[in-house]
Design a binder for this molecule. Structure first.
Ligand code: 9D3
Length: 251
């Protein structure tokens, strides 16, 4: 997969493209990350990319040129028909389903903004979609682009081991993860839950499922809202809730 990233701070991408899972994808030639600097396409001597907003107000707006030229150059670097994605606080929320959709494509152009945002005509011209990574304020689109890049490229076949991808499959099913423990058996006076030590695999599976359902219900009730629970899940969640209001052993 080829991903061109249009950004005024192309150097910000280097660490993501070099290290970790994305770095491995790039080194294995499973992906290319191509930075495109719009300033390189500026026609005036100052390399101006922003200007004051029509209608007044604070901040600056990204001009149509040179970004339009930079996006065209980015499109030339990726397979024909690759979508253009603007990172923007006004976008649809990026999620795992979107990551899967992007990972199924041969290419993608990510456009990171700065200042107050893009001149709307830039989005119209490129015919792109806008995505946000969450309801918080970043200083620009670069970190959002890196999140999209990471979430997408790790899904490419061969990037993670078979084992890892199997684990990922089962987890990407819309519940929060259960708690994890490793040695020692007691840390800072806190023991590992006994069920995990006893080695009854069916009991462990039920305990983990109960914890996953319970945490999801406490921390992310939105994830359970439009979801039909199986009879077992219903019972496990009821048990979790009952245990919440009782004093746990060795509290
Ligand atoms: C005053 C209104 N703000 C919009 C909500 C101004 C503003 C805030 C942050 C304008 C641009 C930005 C820069 N943010 C991004 O480019 C961005 C972003 C984000 O801030 N949060 C979550 N996802 C994203 S994707 C791009």
């Amino acid at each position: 997969m080829d991903v061109a990233v249009v950004s005024l701070f192309p150097e910000m991408l280097a660490p993501v493209a070099q290290f970790g899972v994305v770095g491995r994808a790039v080194r294995r030639n499973l992906a290319r990350v191509i930075p495109i600097d719009p300033r390189a396409f500026a026609t005036d001597v100052h390399g101006t990319v922003d200007d004051r907003p029509y209608g007044g107000g604070p901040g600056m707006v990204i001009r149509v040129e040179p970004f339009a030229t930079a996006i065209a150059a980015a499109r030339d670097q990726v397979p024909e028909g690759s979508p253009v994605v603007f990172l923007s606080p006004q976008g649809r929320r990026f999620d795992q389903a979107t990551a899967r959709r992007y990972a199924s494509l041969p290419g993608l152009v990510l456009v990171a903004g700065r200042y107050e945002g893009f001149d709307e005509r830039l989005i119209d011209i490129a015919g792109g979609e806008e995505v946000s990574v969450g309801d918080f304020v970043l200083s620009g689109g670069e970190i959002a682009a890196m999140a999209v890049l990471d979430a997408t490229l790790r899904l490419l076949p061969g990037v993670l081991g078979d084992e890892q991808s199997a684990i990922q499959e089962s987890f990407a099913e819309g519940l929060l993860d259960h708690p994890h423990y490793t040695r020692p058996e007691v840390a800072h006076g806190r023991p590992v839950p006994q069920v995990l030590i006893e080695g009854n695999h069916e009991a462990i599976r039920r305990w983990r499922r109960k914890q996953a359902l319970g945490r999801t219900s406490l921390r992310r009730p939105d994830l359970l809202c439009d979801r039909e629970l199986s009879a077992e899940d219903r019972r496990l969640l009821d048990e979790f809730c009952a245990e919440q209001s009782t004093v746990p052993p060795t509290a």
